[in-house]
Design a protein around this ligand. Structure first.
Ligand code: CP
Length: 332
């Protein structure tokens, strides 16, 4: 494992080892200061609570030093495109930025969200790809346009903790939200669930399909790992017999770059595509999952998120343990 950009760059066996190590970190069974004397750069193009705090704390607990860099904020604005005349608002090229960082740091974590402007471009993860291209040190994806693998691994760890090493009936459900959001979380959750061999149902209103190439990869992974993938477009039936409910909103790539059209089209789903008690009662006593931050009574009702079946805080805690396991594997 040279980088951690998406879960499918790693084998199922490698992912299992990461989960096992994360569980040991959580139980205090690994206390080795693996990053002693080392520093890790955390590059945040976008805001964060969980990712930033859990990475900083994790690096500290491993004996290392975290340095946060915010391009356009506390560090220079960055150009990532090749062969451009930099006569506009970008001060530094990513080529120099990364090559300077690798003289100081043992690894580079990067958060760079989709801008929701140009689907054909953003689905290629151009900024994360540029980091990977220029860096000889490991790059960790802390959420890019297309993937959030650390979140997905924390989610898989949480499911493992609640149910043990068994195949679960999982629902990934789209939810109404007042504006379009990136697809990284649902993409990575679905991909990881398929790699771990779960029976995955993905529910969304027509027009909110995930990327076709990614769906093909999810289906291949499900087959190879004895899991299954099912797509449904009806919200209530989607909850039937599920043991895990994972809610997330995302934008339509058909309206990519036109947020107002997406907002108009999705209005009919307000108060319908929400996780509420009635839908949870159709499940097989499912746990409720969300990556956070979440809008209460928009994505999920207070009753569901505050219920005993809600594991959203466990997911957030597990970010810390799983990222320590990923760093220990990459950096040593
Ligand atoms: N789930 C997650 O990545 O949270 P933050 O955006 O707060 O880091």
């Amino acid at each position: 494992m040279q980088n951690f950009l998406k879960t499918s760059d790693s084998s199922r066996a490698e992912l299992e080892e990461i989960i096992e190590a994360a569980i040991k970190f959580k139980k205090g069974e690994i206390v080795e200061k693996i990053l002693n004397g080392k520093s890790v750069a955390l590059v945040f193009f976008n805001p964060s609570l969980r990712t930033r705090a859990s990475m900083q704390v994790g690096i500290y607990e491993l004996g290392g030093n975290a340095v946060i860099l915010e391009p356009g904020g506390t560090s220079w604005t960055l150009e990532h495109r090749e062969n451009v005349m930099m006569d506009s608002d970008k001060t530094e090229h990513l080529k120099e930025f990364v090559r300077v960082l690798e003289r100081y740091f043992s690894a580079i974590g990067v958060r760079t969200f989709a801008e929701l402007k140009d689907w054909n471009l953003e689905r290629t993860d151009p900024i994360l790809t540029a980091f990977q291209k220029y860096s000889s040190k490991p790059v960790i994806n802390l959420e890019s346009a297309m993937h959030h693998p650390c979140q997905a691994m924390a989610d898989m760890m949480t499911i493992r903790e609640k149910f043990g090493k068994t195949k679960k009936k999982i629902l990934l459900t789209w939810a109404w939200h007042p504006k379009p959001l990136p697809m990284a979380v649902p993409n990575s959750f679905a991909l990881a669930a398929a790699q771990f061999g779960h029976d995955l149902r993905i529910a969304f209103p027509k027009g909110y399909e995930l990327d076709a190439e990614l769906m093909a990869e999810i289906e291949t992974q499900a087959k190879e790992n004895s899991g299954s993938v099912e797509i449904v477009n009806r919200v209530d039936e989607a909850f039937d017999e599920r043991e895990v409910v994972y809610a997330k909103s995302w934008g339509s790539f058909q309206h990519y770059g036109n947020a107002n059209r997406d907002i108009r089209e999705r209005e009919i789903y307000r108060n319908k595509w929400i996780v509420d008690e009635a839908k949870m009662q159709r499940t097989n006593d499912a746990i409720f999952m969300h990556c956070l931050p979440v809008r209460r009574n928009v994505i999920v009702t207070d009753t569901v998120i505050d219920s005993a079946n809600s594991v959203v805080i466990d997911e957030a805690e597990n970010r810390l343990h799983v990222q320590k396991a990923i760093m220990a594997r990459l950096i040593k």
